[in-house]
Design a binder for this molecule. Structure first.
Ligand SMILES: *[C@@H]1O[C@H](CO)[C@@H](O)[C@H](O)[C@H]1NC(C)=O
Length: 349
């Protein structure tokens, strides 16, 4: 009897084990990484890149998969069922890049309720359904190399219920009630919208973004207060904007936390008003290399109390030093005893 039980148990164990192996699709590579004390944590990573055209979605993946790479699979339009099934609910990171995705159905991602990182780059998206990211704890989204002409931040907001919400809390002994009937707030910190077809800076209200890239979009002009709602922004890249001719004064006025501003490769940008830099109190690095701007505007440094480095032209680098060294040109007084020096002459003033 005992032997029989043992046998049955080991059979069960074998089934469980082979099941977890079986759940790895033949064309995928599945690995379990263990870490922590006594390997108490494990992370399942599944690589299903380039499976070939006859693959049907959803692809079977092991339960508890945390990272899934589905790039280069010619998935086409994303339907509600392609990313649903066991294993998908636990995903933290998902790579859907290079998939010829032209559109997405409204609930295509709705099962991915732990998803933090999403790569949708190198697809053919022109728009996203409203609220398609709502309720997902997304921190990082890459939408670069798509076909967005405008970008609507509604995608991060919660589906708004038109019917009034009524909750009956009578006959309770509630001490405190904490509810968020409007749903969860967005956690998005990193948004990459480079290489799309945006002709203006998208309006991005209510997002706690820290990193934003709009590189390589046909943006012609940056308007005053264009980045007004993004008070948490630390890194802004608006490089390689081949149509950009003008940045209006006070465009960055609300970005008091910005540390890095990349304006490189903007060939049509020829001049900058010093007031463009107004409000950039934390800016440490400014990149103007290979832009049309060849000299720095007079008095610009009064707006940049924290600046440490400015790059310009082909190979000109300016940096802050305690006192003037044997460099060619003094750019201006930054703080008491601190000056900005460049490795070339005639940059400013
Ligand atoms: C400035 O931008 C150029 C071109 O995008 C890049 O190669 C360079 O590394 C950047 N410099 C700094 C200091 O970030």
């Amino acid at each position: 009897m005992v032997i029989l039980l043992c046998f049955a148990f080991s059979l069960l164990l074998a089934v469980v084990q082979s099941n977890s192996i079986k759940n790895c699709h033949p064309g995928c590579h599945c690995e379990v990484e263990s870490f922590g004390l006594f390997d108490s944590f494990s992370l399942t990573r599944v690589d299903c890149r380039g499976l070939g055209p006859s693959t049907t979605m959803p692809i079977l993946i092991p339960l508890d998969t945390a990272q899934l790479d589905l790039s280069s699979n010619a998935m086409g339009p994303l339907t509600d069922t392609m990313l649903a099934g066991p294993g998908y609910t636990t995903l933290v990171g998902l790579d859907l890049s290079n998939n010829q995705i032209t559109k997405m159905s409204p609930n295509a991602l709705s099962k991915l309720r732990y998803l933090e990182t999403l790569d949708l780059s190198h697809n053919k998206l022109e728009s996203l359904p409203p609220s398609c990211f709502s309720g997902l704890p997304l921190v990082e989204v890459d939408l670069s190399h798509n076909s967005f002409q405008e970008f609507d931040l509604e995608v991060f907001s919660t589906k708004v219920n038109s019917e009034p919400v009524s909750v009956d809390l009578s006959h309770n002994n509630l001490v405190s009630v904490s509810m968020n009937l409007r749903g969860r707030v967005s956690h998005i910190q990193t948004l990459t919208l480079s290489a799309n077809r945006l002709s203006s800076v998208p309006h991005l209200p209510g997002l706690p973004l820290r990193y934003l890239s709009l590189d390589g979009n046909p943006i012609v002009e940056i308007k005053e207060g264009a980045f007004a709602p993004l008070k948490d922004l630390v890194y802004l890249s608006i490089s390689s904007l081949h149509e950009l001719q003008e940045i209006k004064p006070f465009s960055f006025r609300d970005l008091g936390n910005l540390q890095v501003l990349d304006l490189s490769n903007n060939h049509k940008l020829k001049a900058l008003d010093p007031a463009v830099f107004s409000g950039l109190n934390s800016l440490q690095e400014l990149n103007l290399s290979n832009s049309g701007v060849v000299s720095l505007p007079n008095n610009m440094l009064t707006h940049l109390p924290s600046i440490k480095s400015i790059t310009l032209g082909r190979n000109i680098h300016c940096w802050k030093t305690q006192k003037q060294g044997q460099f060619h040109r003094q750019l201006g007084q930054v703080e008491h005893n601190q000056v900005l020096n460049c490795n070339a002459e005639g940059i400013v003033l």
